[in-house]
Structures are given as structure tokens and as C-alpha cells.
Ligand binder design. Structure first.
Ligand SMILES: Cc1ncc(COP(=O)(O)O)c(C=O)c1O
Length: 358
């Protein structure tokens, strides 16, 4: 009964959301702090009768509010059901085999190859630098040596390493790369200490920035993400959306999203707290002899030399703490630890000291 297409697909596997017991959950990069108080108030007083009606298919109020944050007009903003959906439309709209392969880093967000398979886009994985940073020069070199790329995507900071590329290097890369190919920078984690490349959108017509409300706006359960780019790119995303599902963002999500943008001050406070806790986590793990990669995200990629990542993951899980382990050659020695509250990270560090001191 199944199509050949579906039989060939290997779907993305999300991080565990277990129900068997209460864990300290440091495995899916959710924000440990609640959404803003304004959202709580909205949910208390929301007029449910509005749900009779279809939502605004353009999500115009929300796109205007997001645009104001970045000094961009609403026709430079696209909003979707989580950045995963925005990315899916972008892969469909901008990448195809007629112009080469899609390039992305060897170790990165594991949804990218899944979308490539879904849309039959050929891809090339570009190795990281020895220090695990994204090697933008290697992207340019591969583009000149082999069949050209049809576009490029990378997260900044990268996942699962947390490593960050500064704006100057991004701009140098955009200057050197083909102007008729789209570059997507997935900034899911930029608000925890990095500088967004959104300011470059007016200058580069091939740049698309993708962002999410899931991490820095504590709304992973709502499913809200967006893209910033020049109007023709955004128009192409609308063509993809309106050929698939023209009402993807429900009324409540749009309203909550607007409030989350209005409450930016609250979010910058909690995200500074997350960044401060990340520094405590990184420093403490280093002092305990762990290899820790420098992170500008709300997670830390780290491993204890001599102990495989899988053992760290399983041992912690037995003791009520969830972290994320990737069973992939090259990064098997590490786990990704989401930055929780200070209390959660203190408990995590106590457990680590007990369980893994040599
Ligand atoms: C790099 C990266 N991009 C995008 C996403 C998707 O975020 P969402 O669909 O929740 O907006 C994630 C989620 O973990 C991610 O790590």
C-alpha cells in the first residue's frame, strides 16, 4: 500500500520526551524558564469563540512585529509552524539538483539530510575544522573544486557543537560565495550570546535567516518559527506554503507569538541567565577533566576522555538525568547537555562528580 517514495525515507528522530518518570531534562534544548507573564495573562482571558474562524493566512500582525525587531518590512518576514516547517519550505523553494548539491557541515542539525531525502536533493557534507568549528573556507573550496553547490545551509551557532561564527566571517563568506545561490543561516540558538546576521539581509539578496520561538522564547510546545530575507525569497516561501497548507499558523499561535515579541525584555533577561549558567557548566566540566567545546548556544557539547558518550548518556539516565547522545562516528565520545536552571545544573554537576570521577 505504500508509495516507493515513503519506503525510501528514514525520518528524523526527535529527542526523547519520556513519561515513565520525572527526569532532569537536559536533552532537547528547551528553555528552562517559562514563557513571558504576558502570555500567561493572554491564555487566561483568550476569547475561545475566535477559534470558529480561520486564522489570518498571512499572519500579518505577527510578521509586522517580528519585522520591527529587525528593522525589516513584513514582506521580508515569513512565519511558520516551528522553524522545522520554515526550513522544509525553504529546502523545497531554493535547492534542486539542476545546479549542484546542497552543502552543509558534516556534523550539524540532523534534519537537513532528512529534508534532502524527502525532496530528493543531493547533498555534500563538508568536514568541520579539527577544533570542530564550521569551516567556511572548506565550503568555498569544495564549491570551486567539485560540481558547484546549489546552495548552503548551516546553523550558527552549530548544533550539536554550540560553536559560533562571528558576523565578520559570515560577511566575508557571503562576499566570496556565488550570488545566485541561497545561503540559509539557521539561527535557532543565536539569542544566547551570538550576533544575528539579520542585519545583512538588506545587503544580500541570497541570504535567508531562519529563527525559532522554541528556544530563546520558551515556546517549543507552540511551534512557531520564522525566516528573514529579501521579498523575492519570502514570496517563494509563501508559494511553497500556499501549495501545501495555506493556514499553517493557528490564531492562538499568532497571538502568543506577537506577545512573545512584545515581551522581548523578559526574554533577554532569561536568556542572559541561561548564558551565565552555561559558563558555569562549561567551566565546571573543564575543571573535572572533561573536553568541552566553546558554546554560544543553550547547550554544551562535552565528553569525559576515556568514557564513551553512550555510557555517559545511559548512566545519567539511570540516575534521572537526560542528555542527548548521537550515535555517529566522529562525535560518539561526547554528549550534548542542555543548559537548565542553575539548580538543575548544580544537581547535574554533583551527579557527574559522583559517577564519573576517575
Ligand atoms: C539547528 C536547529 N534548527 C532548527 C530546529 C527546529 O526548531 P523548531 O522546529 O522547534 O523551531 C532545531 C531544534 O532542535 C535546531 O536544533
Amino acid at each position: 500500500m505504500l508509495s516507493e517514495r515513503i519506503r525510501k525515507l528514514t525520518p528524523y528522530v526527535p529527542g526523547e520526551q519520556p513519561r515513565d518518570k520525572a527526569y532532569i531534562k537536559l536533552n532537547t534544548n528547551e528553555n528552562p524558564y517559562p514563557p513571558s507573564p504576558g502570555i500567561r495573562e493572554l491564555l487566561k482571558t483568550f476569547d475561545y469563540n475566535i477559534l470558529r474562524l480561520y486564522p489570518d493566512p498571512l499572519a500579518l500582525n505577527l510578521r509586522e512585529k517580528i519585522g520591527n525587531l529587525y528593522q525589516l518590512p513584513p514582506d521580508c518576514v515569513f512565519a511558520g509552524n516551528g522553524s522545522d516547517e520554515v526550513l522544509s519550505f525553504a529546502f523545497f523553494a531554493f535547492f534542486d539538483n539542476s545546479r549542484g548539491e546542497l552543502f552543509f557541515p558534516e556534523f550539524t542539525y540532523s534534519f537537513y539530510p532528512v529534508y534532502c531525502d524527502f525532496y530528493s536533493i543531493r547533498y555534500k557534507k563538508i568536514p568541520l575544522k579539527p577544533d570542530f568549528g564550521i569551516d567556511l573556507d572548506a565550503f568555498l573550496q569544495a564549491d570551486s573544486l567539485t560540481s558547484a553547490s546549489c546552495g548552503i545551509i548551516f546553523p550558527n551557532p552549530n548544533a550539536p557543537t554550540g560553536m559560533y561564527i562571528n558576523l565578520k566571517d559570515i560577511q566575508a563568506f557571503l562576499n566570496a560565495y556565488a550570488k545566485d545561490r541561497v545561503v540559509i543561516i539557521d539561527e535557532a540558538y543565536i539569542d544566547f550570546g551570538g550576533e544575528s546576521a539579520a542585519s545583512l539581509v538588506p545587503e544580500y539578496n541570497n541570504l535567508l535567516i531562519v529563527k525559532t520561538f522554541s528556544k530563546s522564547r520558551s515556546l517549543a510546545g507552540l511551534r512557531l518559527g520564522y525566516a528573514l530575507g529579501q521579498a523575492p525569497l519570502i514570496k517563494a516561501l509563501f508559494t511553497a506554503k500556499d501549495s501545501f497548507n495555506s493556514y499553517p499558523l493557528d490564531t492562538l499561535a499568532q497571538k502568543i507569538g506577537e506577545l512573545a515579541i512584545e515581551d522581548s525584555h523578559y526574554y533577554s533577561q532569561i536568556n542572559s541567565q541561561v548564558a551565565a549558567t552555561r559558563e558555569i557548566l562549561s567551566t565546571s566540566l573543564s575543571e573535572l577533566g572533561w573536553k568541552v567545546f566553546p558554546s554560544k548556544a543553550n547547550f554544551v557539547f562535552a565528553g569525559k576522555p576515556g568514557i564513551p558518550g553512550e555510557v555517559v548518556y545511559r548512566t545519567l539516565k539511570e540516575h534521572g538525568i537526560l542528555v542527548r547522545y548521537f550515535n555517529k562516528q566522529g562525535i560518539k565520545d561526547y554528549v550534548r547537555i542542555t543548559v537548565g536552571t542553575e539548580k538543575e545544573i548544580t544537581l547535574f554537576l554533583e551527579k557527574v562528580k559522583k559517577l564519573f570521577s576517575s
